[in-house]
Ligand binder design. Structure first.
Ligand code: ATP
Ligand code: MG
Length: 436
């Protein structure tokens, strides 16, 4: 087996549930259920789908995310295009690419846009449960709206997604909220932070010392337990926020309060990219260890201009699909079953053309029917029917066929009896097989 090729470390196959695997990654049925639910929920809020390339210029992320962010400093998959020497990067997040596309197509010319996309992102991190090198995000952006109404809309939309997926807010996932203020307010806070950390320089770890003058805000996000007390005592941005910023924050909170959505204002909530201002939020869970953030986002009013576009306010979020589905699995939430309605058992090869024709009619009528392919004894075919999870077996036996009939045998209800159905009128009984 030594010459067998394997997937790249930290990059996963998403497979049907019938394929046994050692890790706990979600199966493709769960994945599709999530996608279907997302399409339905986001559609109800008027968000439109778009796709942007997975590869972009490295400069886009350096300019968009900030030079001294974790992502740009050490997590990007960057390479040189061997054809022309261009510096390229596999996208580590979706927002920069979407804003690039909107600027390039002058997309906000006719007014604001609500957009979403979904797909793989790449970050060179240490792989562990809930943290991968290729992972997938649902990414939602509301562009050209100054808020706070649309900030609250995004948060409520995530709540309705949770509800649709069976997650209970406040129990399985909790909302954390903060305001990062405007650049001038952050500047004043930053100066105070640097002064505070300089006064306690002996307590800083190496990471913090390195960031002291480049990005002191990120020190607040440290995971080093030895620095927690120091960080707790640091000057808080909240105390530097002016009336307009506070009014924006109150505007978001008023909608959430009226909607009965509980949240915690977490003054230490900062986000990994430099582009955020005003509202930031995260949906977190206690069930996934240190990979507890399933969804994070906020406002980034400066990004359009930073990427060379006309200034435009914007707000959005990214949701980690693997993390979310791991959570759903871990909680054992009920998920819709993906089994076919019926499994076709075909007695002998001579019956095949007639049987397959009937199956075609059933599928045309909207019924999911799986055919037993490859022959074999009736006994082995019934075993497969049972394992498929189908509610019925459709039995194409010689006796039934001779009468122009197929037998419909309930597999999950011991009290129900087998009935005969006419092959000449499949459309007339197909509805009996559709899921209730
Ligand atoms: P973390 O603090 O866990 O590294 P982040 O702040 O870097 O998260 P974002 O850039 O905000 O994450 O991305 C949005 C969401 O994408 C995260 O909340 C998480 O659910 C998911 N995510 C981020 N990085 C990874 C990864 N390496 N593997 C799987 N999911 C990820
Ligand atoms: Mg990260």
């Amino acid at each position: 087996m030594s010459n067998v090729l394997k997937a790249i470390k930290g990059m996963n196959d998403i497979l049907p549930g019938s394929v046994p695997r050692k890790d706990k990654l979600p199966d493709s049925a769960l994945w599709q259920w999530f996608e279907t639910t997302v399409r339905s929920v986001l559609g109800r809020y008027g968000y439109q789908y778009l796709l942007t390339p997975i590869v972009e210029s490295t400069a886009l992320f350096v300019r968009g995310l900030g030079e001294v962010t974790d992502i740009v400093e050490k997590e990007m998959y960057s390479f040189t295009d061997s054809m022309n020497g261009d510096q390229l990067t596999l996208r580590p997040e979706a927002t920069a690419g979407i804003v690039r596309a909107m600027v390039e197509h002058n997309a906000l010319y006719n007014g604001p846009l609500r957009l979403w996309t979904l797909g793989p992102m790449f970050r060179h991190e240490r792989p562990q449960k809930g943290r991968y090198r290729q992972f997938n995000q649902l990414d939602v952006e509301a562009l050209g709206f100054a808020g706070p109404d649309v900030d609250a809309e995004l948060i409520l939309m995530v709540r309705s997604l949770w509800r649709e997926l069976g997650l209970v807010e406040g129990q399985h996932v909790r909302l954390e909220l903060n305001s990062l203020g405007q650049p001038a307010e952050r500047q004043a806070h930053r100066a105070a932070l640097i002064a505070y950390f300089e006064a306690h320089a002996d307590q800083l770890d190496e990471d913090a010392r390195r960031r002291l003058h480049s990005n002191p805000l990120r020190i607040l996000d440290t995971k080093n337990p030895a620095m927690q007390a120091l960080v707790e005592g640091a000057p808080q941005l909240m105390d530097f926020l002016g009336p307009e910023t506070l009014a924006h924050f109150d505007g978001v909170r008023a909608v959430l309060d009226a909607a009965g959505l509980a949240y915690r204002v977490n003054p230490r909530l900062v986000r990994g990219m430099d582009y955020y201002n005003l509202t930031v939020f995260e949906w977190v869970t206690d069930q996934l260890g240190s990979q507890g953030t399933v969804c994070g986002g906020g406002r980034y009013d400066g990004l359009f201009e930073q990427l060379g576009g006309k200034p435009a306010p914007a707000v959005g979020f990214g949701l980690g699909i693997e993390r979310l589905l791991l959570l759903i699995q871990e909680l054992g939430l009920p998920v819709p079953d993906s089994a076919p309605a019926a499994y076709a058992v075909i007695g002998d090869a001579a019956a095949l053309p007639q049987a397959m024709l009937a199956l075609e009619s059933l599928r045309a009528a909207g019924v999911a029917v799986q055919m037993h392919a490859g022959g074999g004894s009736m006994k082995s075919q019934f075993k497969k029917a049972d394992a498929s999870g189908a509610r019925y077996a459709l039995v194409f036996g010689a006796d039934e066929l001779a009468q122009g009939m197929v037998a419909l045998k309930p597999l999950r209800d011991a009290a129900a009896t087998q009935t005969l159905k006419p092959l000449a009128d499949v459309a007339g009984w197909a509805h009996e097989l559709r899921k209730p």
